[in-house]
Design a protein around this ligand. Structure first.
Ligand code: C5J
Length: 287
């Protein structure tokens, strides 16, 4: 178990093996000039500190072996999953589906819908495309979390009061314990972010907890090294000798065995895996 003692409104206890980092919509369309956020008239530069915080949070989560999930708000090219009411809302310079500087705005597969380069997903991490503000609506997020046995969620991403808050509320209603990382999330409107942080942790964590990147990172330990089973050395040597057609002089067997053990030990050290047998055989050359 791990504990973020400084979390608000009280310590957040979690099992890292049952906890996922959910990074919400760190896409070029929200973070870079020429995308959806800018088309709505926002200063996207305001979100830069959250990108730096999210990078640190991702690094901590990855080294602790947490399940990492990225979401992207985007729509099918024919806009079949974009309600006309969503597209019509407001008076943006460019609407969802319009051609912008990074391709069509918030359209799956277009450059603007990709995660910003510093926060790109690594192989093996989950990427969920979502048509709504909340990441549970019309996606497989809940099934993915259930399949991994996840009970606790740590959130970063943008924007705090729209997609991050919507997703946290959806998660909270589904029974997940949620923590929002305050310096890994941001809003174009600082007052909205401050209000969300207050609302989330109000009334005894009514929606969840908040903490800083440093507090989250400080609660995590590096993932336990994977234990790799070594082969049974006797049959390994016998099979190898047979395969190579080398008659194995019984007088040499123990020497060969000791040398193979030394090689395996060096391999474990190089791969940073557990050494199953802590004996440290000295190399034996000849019999
Ligand atoms: C918005 C989001 N703000 N990812 N989307 O429209 O928060």
């Amino acid at each position: 178990m791990a504990r973020i003692a400084a979390a608000l409104p009280f310590p957040f206890d979690f099992d890292p093996a049952r906890t996922a980092l959910v990074m919400i919509d760190m896409q070029r369309d929200f973070l870079e000039p020429g995308g959806f956020g800018a088309a709505l008239g926002n200063d996207v530069g305001l979100l830069a500190p959250a990108v730096a915080g999210a990078e640190r949070l991702l690094a901590a989560a990855r080294s602790a072996g947490l399940l990492v999930i990225h979401t992207r708000e985007c729509h099918a090219p024919d806009l079949a999953d974009c309600p006309p009411a969503k597209r019509a809302r407001g008076t943006p310079g460019l609407r969802i589906g319009d051609a912008g500087l990074m391709g069509r705005i918030l359209i799956r597969g277009q450059p603007g819908a990709e995660l910003t380069q510093a926060l790109a997903a690594l192989p093996g991490e989950v990427v969920i495309d979502k048509p709504g503000k909340g990441a549970f609506y019309a996606t497989s997020l809940d099934e993915t979390l259930q399949a991994h046995g996840v009970t606790h969620l740590i959130f970063g991403g943008v924007t705090t009061e729209v997609c991050v808050q919507s997703t946290m509320r959806e998660a909270n209603d589904r029974g997940y314990a949620c923590l929002l990382v305050e310096d890994a999330t941001d809003s174009y409107f600082p007052a909205f972010k401050a209000a969300v942080l207050e609302m989330v942790r109000a009334q005894g964590a009514i929606v969840g907890w908040t903490a800083t990147v440093a507090e989250v990172a400080g609660s995590l330990s590096p993932a336990a090294p994977r234990a790799v089973a070594d082969p049974d050395l006797d049959s390994f040597i016998d099979n190898g000798a047979k395969l190579l057609g080398i008659p194995l002089d019984p007088a040499w067997r123990e020497g060969v065995k000791a040398n193979v053990a030394v090689i395996l030990r060096q391999a474990h050290i190089a791969m940073e895996t557990d050494i199953p047998d802590e004996t440290d055989p000295a190399p034996v050359f000849g019999a």
